[in-house]
Design a protein around this ligand. Structure first.
Ligand code: AMP
Length: 339
């Protein structure tokens, strides 16, 4: 019989962690954050801004601090609701690194050295710090600390989630049943958004051609300019065909912004030219992102409000984290902390 000291949550627990790396783009919004927002009613959501992960590669301290506030303000502006979810900064919650240590003591070095992301990232650096190698163990701790059922992950993080499951199983086997095995969450809705300048490449903040990337904080004139100058395909038909990756991408974007089906949009624009269509796409993106930008502009100036959100999120996450940690410490044989 498995031991449970936590009350079974009524809703499945979802954990999402994102590094405070700067601005969110339309791909992040339509492909990820919008869906996270939709999960808040029927899931117990933890949204962590993982600053401890961020320092596994060289960072500028002042920039990391600003990016952390900015990331929080963008998430709230995009619909992550501090009243319904726990929005927190990783370094504010004691337990992430402590649990990572315990899990690290169950993790073969070779398994970490074989991680694809470690190999990729370390190849790009002259010298590699232990933190980069240990990154997936910290991620496992992020997940297991809250006993998450579901973790929305992109392709690049699937291997890390596998490690979290391995470590959970190992801990359960060595000590006794403690952790649930977290499952990847692949959303049924949510789309892959491509660059407006190269519809064969994913929209990305690291794209050297920034005209292809729409940010959630872009002003309406910037959005219109980027959409109107997007690369389209030969022909004149508005159809989501394989030989029309540019138009297909714009249809996906418009469908994501309006909640309407691509087929319905194709019918609506039958016989109309690319110009009219692009204008409608630009209107739809502006209508979606304008409220996000306005809310972001308010929030980013209101440090007191951001601090309040972080305090509430950290306190709530901390309560769960302490429960897990004290259970783990007891199981591994640490003497109970004097109160
Ligand atoms: P990243 O910015 O790569 O850390 O990704 C953060 C989240 O946004 C992940 O869930 C990604 O899968 C998602 N994402 C990033 N770029 C895109 C894109 N172009 N289209 C759809 N989803 C994306």
């Amino acid at each position: 019989m498995s031991e449970t000291t936590d009350k079974k949550p009524a809703k499945p627990v979802v954990l999402t962690c994102a590094q405070p790396t700067g601005r969110l783009h339309l791909g992040n919004y339509l492909g990820a954050v919008l869906n996270w927002g939709r999960m808040q009613d029927d899931h117990e959501c933890y949204f962590g801004i993982v600053d401890q992960h961020a320092i596994t590669v060289p960072t500028v301290p002042a920039q990391l601090r600003e990016n952390t506030y900015s990331c929080l303000a963008q998430y709230v502006a995009c619909g992550l609701d501090p009243a319904r979810s726990r929005l927190f900064v990783q370094s504010h919650v004691l337990g992430h690194t402590e649990l990572a240590w315990v899990l690290g003591c169950l993790c073969p070095l070779g398994q970490l050295e074989r991680m694809t992301q470690f190999k990729d990232k370390s190849r790009k650096q002259q010298s590699v710090d232990a933190g980069l190698l240990f990154y997936p163990v910290l991620m496992a701790a992020d997940i297991l600390l809250y006993n998450a059922d579901l973790v929305p992950v992109g392709d690049d993080q699937k291997q890390h989630l596998e490690l979290a499951r391995d470590l959970a199983e190992k801990f359960n086997h060595r000590y006794s049943e403690t952790f649930k095995l977290p499952a990847p969450f692949i959303s049924k809705v949510g789309s892959r958004i491509m660059s407006l300048q190269d519809p064969t490449a994913k929209m990305s903040k690291s794209d050297p051609n920034q005209a292809g990337t729409v940010y959630v904080t872009d002003r309406p004139d910037e959005i219109r300019k980027k959409v109107m100058s997007s690369v389209t395909d030969s022909g004149a038909e508005v159809r989501a065909a394989d030989d029309k990756p540019g138009i297909r991408n714009l249809l996906t974007i418009m469908a994501g912004c309006t909640g309407r089906d691509v087929a319905v949009l194709e019918a609506e624009f039958a016989g109309k030219g690319y110009g009219d269509f692009k204008k409608a796409v630009a209107d739809a993106v502006v209508a979606t992102l304008d409220p996000v930008r306005l809310r972001y502009d308010e929030l980013i100036k209101d440090r007191e409000e951001l601090a309040r959100i972080l305090k509430a999120g950290a306190e709530s996450a901390q309560a769960t984290a302490f429960r897990t940690l004290s259970k783990v410490h007891r199981k591994v044989g640490f003497v109970e902390r004097p109160r």
